[in-house]
Design a protein around this ligand. Structure first.
Ligand code: MN
Length: 271
């Protein structure tokens, strides 16, 4: 009997291909089928991403990062509910796009996993998603002043930064994107952009790879801080931010150079 390593498990157990749970077609109580085994280096990278975001001050006790399953676009990988700085490869679980876990084994899921599932569903180009409450970004979700790209590393900001106000569709809530309807509404506001702010809550950064999504989350926070400084320094006058053309040109460079930051940040967290 051929044995496959479960993509979302600690590695202590194996299951056979023939014993896979039935597909989740039509919903019901059956568990989703796995997208297949995932290389240990992928799980390590996702755990590293979580720790990098903590190390870089983007997440604290809260926030999370996910990536699309490398062999199945209908699945994604994400840690069990845990503070990001504590995540290890053994904590990574696999979900379908309804955010049902393939094999939870009693482990808890993040309430806001629907942010990830619905963005992966609506944006086939997105391969990784970061959700954070990084502090300098939050004011930009509260006021009318739009976030603009202060420097080349934050070039993606020049494409525009939509703000999701959960109140628009759902009235008074606990502010959390805790179900599929709220995830769909958030993904709709993100539209084709790279980041979206969430009023009185935080933000989401996306990317075509895990390193780029992490890069964008880190530089969204830094860009917010720099915009405060520029606004103060300029006495509220005009800010000579990157325009859309400059942003598009600089983002191309960032997409290829994000790996340098990734290598450095990964080293810092011991991966
Ligand atoms: Mn949140």
């Amino acid at each position: 009997m051929r044995l496959f390593r479960c993509a979302c498990h600690s590695g202590l157990s194996y299951w056979s291909n023939s014993a896979r749970a039935p597909a989740d077609v039509g919903g019901g109580a059956s568990l989703p089928r796995t997208g297949g085994p995932v290389d240990a280096s992928v799980l390590a990278d996702l755990a590293a991403a979580s720790r990098i975001l903590a190390d870089q001050g983007v997440v604290d006790a809260f926030g999370h990062v996910s990536m699309r399953h490398p062999h199945d676009p209908q699945r994604f990988l994400m840690s069990r509910s845990l503070a990001p700085a504590l995540v290890t490869p053994d904590d990574i679980m696999e979900y379908d796009l309804n955010c049902d876990c393939v094999d939870a084994q009693g482990r808890g899921s993040f309430l806001e996993r629907f942010i990830h599932g619905e963005i992966f569903r609506s944006r086939p180009d997105v391969m990784a998603v970061v959700h954070s409450h990084s502090p300098n970004v939050i004011p930009f979700g509260l006021v009318k002043t739009p976030m603009r790209a202060m420097f080349h590393n934050a070039a993606f900001v020049a494409r525009g930064v939509p703000v999701f106000d959960i109140r628009d569709k759902f009235g008074a809530t606990d502010m959390l994107v805790g179900n599929a309807d709220k995830g769909v509404a958030l993904a709709k506001v993100l539209d084709d952009k790279d980041i979206v702010l969430m009023r009185a809550h935080g933000s989401v950064a996306t990317g075509p790879s895990l390193p780029v999504a992490v890069f964008r989350a880190v530089y969204t926070e830094m860009n917010a801080r720099l915009q405060f400084q520029a606004a103060m320094l300029g006495g509220g006058g005009d800010i000579a931010a990157l325009d859309a053309d400059e942003g598009a040109l600089a983002d191309k460079v960032n997409l290829s150079s994000a790996s340098r930051a990734w290598d450095l940040w990964k080293r810092r967290v011991g991966f």
